[in-house]
Design a protein around this ligand. Structure first.
Ligand code: NAP
Length: 489
């Protein structure tokens, strides 16, 4: 049975465990700690500071105090800090990937892919920092002039989830730094180490104290609500569940914060009978199994044309059964554990509900025995429309396959959800591709590909998947206000 090694513990030992406030690392006011667990072995790998509401207030006070100075720091300087951080993350990718695998469970290869993705947001926003532009125009009556300028929104509160512990941070921190905003960041309690390691890197790269403040806390609601309602905060950016997002939108009404919400998903994966089925299966493996299925972009429902549904399900099952499940640090492992026992219980219950209503498990369908929160890669066929897992985010390695008759049936089935983050479409017919892309109620579509995430593209959802965009030219706009000056010549 594998356990956390001394070598792994020594890498974790180098990560700061304290709160980072006003450029200083310090314990929480009450001195308590939060245990961080390796989900593959169920062993505690670290104890990090447990901040309270006073600590969070101190972090916001630091952010507010440094806002004016930071926003007047030349954009080139802000960009160069991000660029240096991009390079340092790249140099330390192996060590950062190990930290991520230890606290989150995904395989080392997946952690490395996330580190690369995360660092690219810093490179991208290093380039965007010097391209914040306004405009100057002649008023339609010819008499006046219209001057439009962009200014940083002010101190930001950034809250991130456990599933992508670094990338969900860099895609908020990157544009905030580039735009000239200071911030308080709160990572999820299950995976604080990646964020603390990132804060240390930014400190080493010359980010002035107080610009980035990091609070780790076991009682996120109690600690964050007073900050969200504090008049010194001007912006809230949240990535997490729709349920928590809804609460935070309500709280942010108090101070009318500028809000960005990256919430849950329930992605449909549509395969038409004119698609290359092998390509669709390869795309499905990425869309479903990236991050052990614990991704907001994870394909949650497979809608496959009647004529190819069986072939698709069998080929997918064959690939799924070839995956090696195990501790993410081990050689050759494809699929790590789920984040915790609670998450595994949710997946188990959803599968039991579907099979009790007539779905068939072609492969998988059970917990993996032994230590760690492992679940078998699973393909379910003949999934009935009333199965709960077609409505809820599964957040696990389970692929339910259903079939459809017409193009309109596929679009209707795909849109039959309150979520609207991403959809995947496989077809070789260009006209159909564009028709279906237009008909889908999502913020993003993967057309003949199983992954959409790209730092140069606007990531985000519609409906109950949220609002606002991260990455691309749009990403920095979330951290800028527009000021219009009416000029009388
Ligand atoms: P979550 O339970 O909503 O938690 C997300 C973050 O919010 C964590 O840092 C959590 O802290 C904090 N939080 C929880 N309750 C809070 C409260 N009352 N006030 C302030 N903060 C609070 O979500 P999760 O389980 O970590 O992440 C999975 C969810 O994130 C899924 O629904 C997934 O789809 C979504 N997600 C969306 C995107 C996207 O871009 N659309 C990307 C990744 C993930 P603690 O955990 O420490 O309490």
């Amino acid at each position: 049975m594998s356990t956390v090694t001394q070598e792994e513990r020594s890498v974790v030992a180098d990560v700061p465990k304290q709160l980072y406030i006003d450029g200083r690392w310090r314990d929480g006011a009450e001195g308590g700690t939060i245990a961080v667990e390796d989900p593959a072995t169920e062993e505690t790998i670290a104890e990090v500071a447990d901040g309270n509401a006073d600590d969070a207030k101190a972090a916001l006070a630091a952010a507010a105090e440094h806002q004016a100075e930071w926003q007047h720091t030349p954009p080139r300087e802000r960009g160069e800090i991000l660029r240096r951080a991009f390079e340092m993350i790249t140099e330390r990718a192996d060590e950062l990937a190990l930290i991520m695998t230890l606290e989150m469970g995904k395989s080392l290869a997946e952690s490395k892919a996330e580190i690369a993705y995360a660092s690219e947001f810093f490179r991208w926003f290093a380039e965007e920092a010097v391209r914040i532009e306004g405009r100057y125009g002649v008023a339609p009556n010819g008499a006046g002039r219209l001057l439009v300028m962009k200014q940083p929104v002010g101190p930001c509160i950034l809250i991130t989830p456990w599933n992508f512990p670094m990338a969900m941070g860099t895609r908020k921190i990157g544009p905030a730094i580039a735009a000239g905003c200071t911030m308080v960041v709160k990572p999820a309690k299950q995976t604080p180490l990646s964020m603390l390691a990132l804060a240390k890197i930014l400190e080493e790269c010359g980010l002035p104290g107080g610009v980035l403040n990091v609070i780790t806390a076991s009682s996120s609601g109690e600690v964050m609500e007073p900050l969200i309602k504090d008049p010194r905060a001007r912006k809230l950016s949240f990535t997490g569940s729709t349920e928590v997002g809804r609460k935070l939108i309500e709280q942010s009404a108090d101070q009318i914060l500028k809000v960005s919400m990256e919430l849950g998903g329930n992605a449909p994966f549509i395969v038409f009978d004119d698609a290359d089925v092998d390509d669709a299966v390869s795309g499905a493996m990425i869309a479903k199994m990236r991050n052990v299925g614990e991704a907001c972009t994870a394909a949650n429902r497979f809608h496959v044309a009647d004529g190819v549904a069986q072939e698709f399900a069998e080929k997918l099952a064959e690939k799924m059964s070839a995956l090696k499940v195990g501790r993410g640090t081990e050689e050759g492992v494809d699929i790590g554990p789920l984040i915790d026992d609670n998450q595994r219980g949710i997946v188990r219950d959803l599968v039991a509900d579907a099979t009790s209503k007539g779905a068939k498990a072609i492969v998988g369908g059970h917990d993996v025995d032994g230590r760690g929160y492992f679940y078998e890669p699973t393909v379910l066929s003949d999934v009935p429309p009333d199965a709960q897992l077609l409505k809820d985010e599964i957040f696990g390695p389970v692929a339910p396959v259903t079939s459809f008759e017409s193009e309109q049936d596929a679009i209707d089935a795909a849109n039959n959800t309150e979520y609207g983050l991403v959809a995947y479409v496989y077809t070789s017919d260009l006209k159909r591709a564009l028709r279906v892309c237009e008909g889908l109620q999502t913020g993003m579509v993967g057309l003949n590909q199983g992954m959409v995430s790209n730092p140069a593209a606007p990531f985000g959802g519609v409906k109950q998947s949220g609002f606002g965009r991260e990455g691309g030219a749009e990403g920095i706009e979330e951290y800028l206000e527009t000021k219009y000056v009416a000029v009388n010549l």
